[in-house]
Design a protein around this ligand. Structure first.
Ligand code: PSU
Ligand code: MN
Length: 305
C-alpha cells in the first residue's frame, strides 16, 4: 500500500498509537468552494479538530500519490490550481497511474480513510439521488460507498439540489443508517429541516460511538450518515435558498450539464444567486461538523479500547 499512499507523519503516529483521527475530503476545497475561502475553511477545519484533541487528515492525490494528511502549502495548492481532477471511486486508479492531481469526493475519501484505518470523516454534504434521477439515473457514487465502506460520515445532511426523499430511500435499501445528531429531522444542509425524518436520533457522541462499534462488530459492513444540522444562527431562509436551487437546476438543464459536472455546477450557481450568502452558511456548517467529528473520533477510540 505504501506504493500508493503516503501518510503524513503526525497522522501515522496517531494511527499507530490509536489516537483519534478525522479524515477530510478535498473536492470541497477544489470544486466545492471558491478561492480563497476554500483554503481558509480547510485550514480552520483542521485547527478546530486539533483544538478538540483529534488529528485531522485531509486527503487528496498529488502527482499520482494518495496523501493522507496535507501540509498547509498543499492545501493552498489544491484551493488555487485548476489541474485538479474530481476523483470518485471509478477515477482513483487512473488518476494514480497517470500521475495526476486529484481532489477526493465523499466516496473516494471513504475508501482511502478505510484503507488507512480512519473511522470518522467530516464533510459538508454528501452526494445523493438527483432530482429527476428516474430519467437521468444520476445517483452519486457516494451512496454505494456508504453501502459498503466502514466509515462514519459527519455531514449537515444533503443539499436540496438532490431529491432528499429518494436519497433516503436509497440509503434504506442499502442498509445505511441515517442518524440525526440531536435531531429527529434530516437536515437539508443550508436549513435545519427538510420535512424528512432520520432513522435514529442520538443525543451525544458516546451514544453514537457505541452504535457504530455494534454495527461493525456484527459484520454489518458499510458507513453511517451522521446528520448534524447547521447551527440556527447560520441557517438560511428556506424560501431564498430553495428559489436559488430551483433557478440553478433550470440553468443546468438548459446548459445540458451532465455527469460529474452536475454537482459542482449547481454548487457554484447557488452561491452566485445568493451572492455569497450560501457560502457563509456552508463554511459554518463544516466547522460545526468538525466539532462533532472530532468528539466522535475521540469517543470511538474509547469504545474500541
Ligand atoms: N455536496 C456539497 N458539497 C460538495 C459536494 C457535495 O454540498 O462539495 C461534493 C462532495 O465531494 C461529494 C461530491 O462527494 O460533491 C458528489 O459529487 P457527485 O454528485 O458527482 O457524486
Ligand atoms: Mn452524478
Amino acid at each position: 500500500m505504501n506504493k500508493y499512499i503516503s501518510i503524513k507523519e503526525d497522522v501515522k503516529k496517531a494511527l499507530e498509537e490509536s489516537k483519534p483521527v478525522v479524515a477530510l475530503e478535498s473536492t470541497i476545497i477544489s470544486h466545492g468552494m471558491p478561492y480563497p475561502q476554500n483554503v481558509k475553511t480547510a485550514l480552520n477545519v483542521e485547527k478546530i479538530i486539533k483544538d478538540k484533541g483529534a488529528i485531522p487528515a485531509t486527503i487528496a492525490i498529488l502527482d499520482g500519490q494518495i496523501k493522507v494528511g496535507l501540509s498547509d502549502e498543499e492545501i493552498e495548492y489544491l484551493g488555487k490550481a485548476n489541474n485538479v481532477y474530481k476523483v470518485s471511486r471509478r477515477d482513483l486508479p487512473f488518476i494514480l497511474s497517470k500521475e495526476l492531481n486529484g481532489a477526493t469526493t465523499v466516496a473516494s475519501t471513504m475508501i482511502i480513510a478505510n484503507l488507512t484505518g480512519i473511522k470518522v470523516f467530516v464533510t459538508g454534504g454528501i452526494g445523493g439521488v438527483h432530482r429527476g434521477a428516474e430519467k437521468t439515473f444520476d445517483i452519486s457514487a457516494d451512496l454505494q460507498e456508504l453501502a459498503r465502506t466502514n466509515v462514519a460520515v459527519v455531514c449537515a445532511g444533503a443539499k436540496a439540489i438532490l431529491d432528499l426523499g429518494l436519497t433516503l430511500e436509497y440509503l434504506e435499501t442499502f442498509g445505511v443508517p441515517v442518524v440525526g445528531f440531536k435531531t429527529q429531522e434530516f437536515p437539508a444542509f443550508f436549513t435545519r429541516t427538510s420535512g424528512f425524518n432520520v432513522d435514529y436520533k442520538v443525543d451525544d457522541e458516546m451514544e453514537l460511538a457505541k452504535a457504530i462499534r455494534t454495527k461493525w462488530d456484527l459484520g454489518l459492513d458499510g458507513g453511517i450518515v451522521v446528520a448534524n444540522p447547521i447551527p440556527k444562527e447560520y441557517e438560511m431562509n428556506p424560501v431564498i435558498i430553495n428559489q436559488a436551487i430551483e433557478d440553478a437546476l433550470k440553468e443546468a438543464e438548459i446548459k445540458g450539464i451532465k455527469g460529474k459536472e452536475v454537482t459542482p455546477f449547481l454548487l457554484e450557481k447557488v452561491k452566485e444567486i445568493t451572492e455569497g450568502e450560501s457560502l457563509k452558511s456552508n463554511v459554518e456548517l463544516v466547522y460545526n461538523n468538525a466539532r462533532v467529528g472530532a468528539n466522535l473520533a475521540i469517543e470511538l477510540e474509547k469504545v474500541y479500547k
